[in-house]
Design a binder for this molecule. Sequence first.
Ligand SMILES: [Fe+2]
Length: 285
Amino acid sequence: MGKIVLAAKTTHVPTMVMSELDGPLKGKRQSAIDGHKKIGEMAREAGADTFVVLDTHWLVNASYHINANHKFSGMFTSHEFPQFIKDLPYSYEGNAALGDLIAKTARDMDVYTLSHQVDSLDLEYGTLVPMRYMNADAGLKVVSVAAMCTVHSLDASRRLGEAIRKGIEASDSNVALIASGSLSHQIWPNDIYAENNGTFTISSKFNEVVDRRVLEMWQEGDIELFLEMLPDYAKYCDGEGDMHDTIMLFGALGWDKYKGKGHVITDYFPSSGTGQTNVVFDLPD
Ligand SMILES: [Fe+2]
C-alpha cells in the first residue's frame, strides 16, 4: 500500500533558474533553491519514489488532467517568459500506473479526471522548476497534475485532492506531494515594473500582510480557519491558479480534519509583485 510521505507548498519562480546564471540575478534566489534541495532530501529520507506535482502553470478547461507519461524528456522554453527560462534540458521517468489510478479513483468519486500517456504532452515550468532542484538526479519518478483550473469549483478540487490521496494509498508508490504555486500573486503591471524594482518587491502591502498571516496560521496549525478564508484569500489576493493547488493539497491531507502544522523551509520573499515561500506540512496520522 502506498502513501504520501511528504507534503509541501512551494515556489517555482523563474528567477531561480536565472539565479544560476551569470548576470544581475546571480545568486539572488539561492535560498529558494536551497529550500527545494532540502525538500528533495526530505522526500528521499521519507522513502519517496515519486513526486506528484500540482502545477499552477498547466492551464486546463474541461475536466481535470494528469500528465502520466512513461517518461519526460526535452528542452523547455517558457512561452510566458522566454527571456527567463529557455533551453532548459530535462529528463525524468514517469509513473503512468499511479497517474491512471488517481484519475480512476477521482472518476469513481464523480470528479471527472483524465490521465494521459501522450508523448508530445510536455511539462510546464510549475513542475520543471521544482524538479530541477528537488529531483536533480532524476532519481524519483514524476507525475504532473494540472492546477490552473479555469472552470472548476473549489469543492471539486478539494475532492480531487482526496482522490489523489486515495489513489496513492491504493498504489504501491510512496509520494512526495508538491503544491507548486505562490501565495498572493498580483504581478506588477508591466509599465511600472522597473520603477518599483519589481523583481524583488511585492505589488500590494495588503497581500503581503495576508500572506504573512497565512504563514503564521499554517505554523500554528490554525488550518480550519485558514480553509474557511481560503476562497476569499484566493480571490482578493489573486491566488496563483486561484490556489487550486493549495485546495488539492489540503484535500489530500484531510481538509478540515487535518490537525498538522506547516514548517517554513524558505522564508517568505516577494518576487515580481507576488508572495513566495517553501513550506513542508506535517502528515496526518
Ligand atoms: Fe508561477
